[in-house]
Design a protein around this ligand. Sequence first.
Ligand code: ACO
Length: 324
Amino acid sequence: MMRRSIVKGVGAYLPEKVLTNDDLSQLVETSDEWIKQRTGIERRHIAADGELTCDLSAKAALAAMDNAGVTADDIDLVILATTTPDNTFPATAARVQAKLGVSKGPAFDVQAVCSGFIFALTQADNMIRLGQAKRALVIGAEIYSRILDWQDRSTCVLFGDGAGAIVLEAAEGEGSNTDRGVLATSLGTDGRCYDHLYVDGGVASTQTAGVVKMAGKEVFRQAVSRMCESVEQVLADCDLSKEDLNWLIPHQANIRIINKVGDKLGLDGSKVIVTVQDHANTSAATIPLALTHGVKKGLFKPGDVIALTAMGGGFTWGAALLRW
Ligand code: ACO
């Protein structure tokens, strides 16, 4: 027997305010046509004044707890993946824990930018398998609208605000690749690429939050190769092949990256979850947002093999393989 973590519930939250491509073309020299053709993005959501990452997180987490049929008393671990915390410290996860009324176990943030949710999921899965937690909330939440240069058309059209969450629960498996739950995870970082995608501010450097700076073409190139390699790695770790994959949930940054990753893995487009058109790149939140979309649409059948994968600033990357 082997302890596994299974996805018990999913939830999402997008702020009320919607900013369309046409709205953006009033702010910078761009067009709906350019943004749609180069990125697939049609709209993004923007947090209201005074709305914080903890608020988005708590709303997504409550939806996931409701979907899982659990209460705050059942949760004993909260991990929040975010690049846009409410404060430099404490961890925004601590505030989320208090807002939800969770009182058991640790709550902490994970910072791996767009790969953050995969890093947080890996951490939660490891803690559950070690017996350090029974039921974890794993959240990805971001307010990128506050770290964008709204005069820079090369970045401001790409991002949005939002949150997604899952409840991950301990279950007994046989230890084989037919078990339900998280079968394998794989993470990587190449710090030499730090300057390809970064925010030009920070506590130790400028004492400001800064804004996103990006070498778009290099990010694009590495995103495709790193996400494919990560998925191939978790499949190999489970003695499974690309043919065994039923669904791919890639980080939602750009439809062209998503399509290339799907093609390279030999997956039919109908098996690749795409939500980037509705919320743009919400960094650590895109994977739980897309997972929630798939669950709400009733796409996943018991036994389906689902690969989650992301790549982001650092560079960081990773994948998780789940059996539904
Ligand atoms: N509207 C109109 N024109 C624009 C815009 C815009 N919003 N932004 C750039 N352009 C112009 C450029 O100035 C350039 O003009 P020029 O030819 O006169 O110099 C032209 O469009 C082409 O620009 P490119 O940078 O060559 O366009 P490209 O096809 O590479 O697309 C993009 C740019 C969309 C940023 C692409 O490189 C990309 O998606 N990269 C990945 C970046 C990404 O997804 N980052 C998210 C974070 S990382 C992650 O999540 C994986």
